[in-house]
Design a protein around this ligand. Sequence first.
Ligand SMILES: [Zn+2]
Length: 193
Amino acid sequence: MCCLLFFFFSIKCSFGNEASCRKREDYLEWPEYFMAVAFLSAQRSKDPSSQVGACIVNSENKIVGIGYNGMPNGCSDDVLPWTRTAAHRLDTKYPYVCHAELNAIMNKNSADVKGCSMYVALFPCNECAKLIIQAGIKEIIFMSDKYHDTTEMTAARRMFDLAGIVYREFKPKCNKIIIDFDSINSRPSQKIL
Ligand SMILES: [Zn+2]
């Protein structure tokens, strides 16, 4: 994806007229880019019912952590259960799975994530809210709040409000971003004519 974007940014003027020399106006803006990174990361998830991604960004618009929901490192996702319902909770995924927010924080490539923003597909649960607060993240941008009325999300909001964490729903300017690997061959050449 990054390669694709960098390709777009680096298109050279190859037609000689003034219009084609102007920079693109329909480029992907930062918020859409970060949320798209979160959604792309979610595609790595092996959870059959829920794929969630998170992307942590610092004040310089640099990505400092990406994560998606999955089983803990070293715990085979072929052994642990993925089901949502079972006679015993131990036989469901819930006691084991690491949420995207947790993984994004733990995967950070900076010293810390203090003052950062987190782009996440789903509004964080209470357990992730605790991690987010303790990590020093100051802003949550979420795509969906479909579990708004659950105990977990209500507790999360309560803690966010007390801790002064800002959270807001993301309103994308486009509903779909298509990544077309073939576009590198079909678009104007990068080579200088
Ligand atoms: Zn969570």
